[in-house]
Design a protein around this ligand. Structure first.
Ligand code: CA
Length: 230
């Protein structure tokens, strides 16, 4: 599950990101409204934790743009403001829930889980499937052709990313930022190693290979056979 956290307060942002990541979510953290607005509008998240008072573009504007664009991503507002008016305004603009700062992390986690459950009422959204590969998102379980495959947390996140963006070539830098939260110029060897491990588990015992190397560019997951020479 991918979460976007938009929070300019350093401590609250770091604390939320760390806690949510430890709870098993893939978390992207941005610290201003402009970046938050951009990511919320261009990438797909399962939920957005959104501070109201932000530099550049405030949380209200972000949720308003999202809803106007027809994006139904659940939004949990975070705010120091606790007046009823603000709460009502947030909910009217299309936020799904509201948490007043300061908050206990356990409460944030509980609200996030509740919203995600509500958002994924359709059983389909709990699973991702490609060919005979099935990812059970809430349970972090993977099977291929009915056979259970044990993955580490990072391997699962990596596979989830590849599956969600199947057919797209994902550069190492993108994989690094999405799965490891590392910068662009970090050593990307860790990604090659992780891909190799993931392949050994997902592809080695099966006829159809799913994970492909695109030379000089990155990796992609695809059902069609490709002659990528490795
Ligand atoms: Ca703020």
């Amino acid at each position: 599950m991918r979460l976007l956290v938009v929070e300019d307060e350093i401590k609250t942002g770091d604390y939320s990101r760390q806690g949510l990541a430890e709870a098993g979510f893939q978390v992207s953290l941005v610290r201003n409204g402009l970046d938050g607005h951009h990511l919320a509008m261009t990438e797909s998240f399962d939920l957005i934790v959104l501070d109201v008072m932000l530099p550049d573009v405030d949380g209200w504007r972000i949720v308003q743009s999202l809803r106007e664009a027809g994006r139904q991503t659940p939004v949990l507002f975070l705010s120091a403001r606790d007046s009823v008016d603000d709460r009502v305004k947030g909910l009217e603009l299309g936020a799904d829930d509201y948490l007043v700062k300061p908050f206990a992390f356990a409460e944030l986690l509980a609200r996030v889980r509740t919203l995600l459950r509500r958002g994924s009422a359709s059983p389909l959204s709990d699973q991702l499937r490609v060919a005979d590969l099935v990812l059970d998102l809430p349970g972090h379980r993977v099977t291929r052709a009915g056979r259970k495959i044990n993955l580490s947390h990072k391997e699962f996140c990596l596979l989830e990313l590849l599956v969600r963006r199947q057919g797209e070539v994902l550069p190492r830098s993108l994989i690094a930022s999405q799965v490891w939260d590392m910068n662009f110029d970090s050593d990307t060897n860790v990604i090659d190693v992780a891909i190799r491990r993931l392949r050994a588990k997902i592809d080695d015992d099966f006829e159809t290979r799913l994970i492909h190397t695109v030379r000089g560019m990155g990796y992609k997951l695809n059902v069609e056979a490709e002659d990528d020479g490795d």
